[in-house]
Design a protein around this ligand. Structure first.
Ligand SMILES: [Zn+2]
Length: 141
């Protein structure tokens, strides 16, 4: 089993008034990018449904330089209807994300850090369009 000590949060970068389904995500990662599987370990849709994507035992493809020891979670959204960077998480998504993080922390007590893609050093991205470091206190429980 690989060492896991970090959760990196992402957004799909899609507008909140459009759907970006698991099937579209898979298509973009597998067919367009040519990867073996979806790069994230979990995908959370607007309804708060959590889809396991890549098995956590396997290294993801979501955070260059940090994939080996992290778990990648992506939520559907991140852009306003007009395409502006925005925390578009629905209450159901926020709750699902919280429960998922708590579950992962129970499963992998070595997880010490939760941050957003944009918080990684040298990252010039807005992803996940909210301050994911605010989720860090979940690890204290
Ligand atoms: Zn990202």
């Amino acid at each position: 089993m690989r060492k896991i000590d970090m959760i990196v949060v992402h957004c799909s970068g899609s507008r909140c008034n459009h759907r970006y389904t698991l099937e579209q995500l898979r298509h973009d990662h597998v067919v367009v990018n040519g990867w073996r599987d979806i790069g994230y370990h979990f995908y959370i849709t607007q309804e708060g449904v959590v889809y396991p994507c890549r098995p956590v035992e396997r290294m993801g493809a979501h955070a260059l330089g940090y994939n080996a020891h992290s778990i990648g979670i992506c939520y559907e959204g991140g852009l306003s209807p007009s395409g502006c960077i925005s925390d578009t998480r629905t209450p159901a998504q926020k709750e699902a994300m919280k429960l998922l993080i708590l579950r992962l922390h129970r499963e992998f007590p070595a997880i010490k850090t939760i941050l957003g893609h944009r918080d990684l050093p040298g990252m010039q991205k807005a992803c996940p369009c909210f301050d994911a470091t605010k989720l860090q206190p979940l690890l204290a429980s």
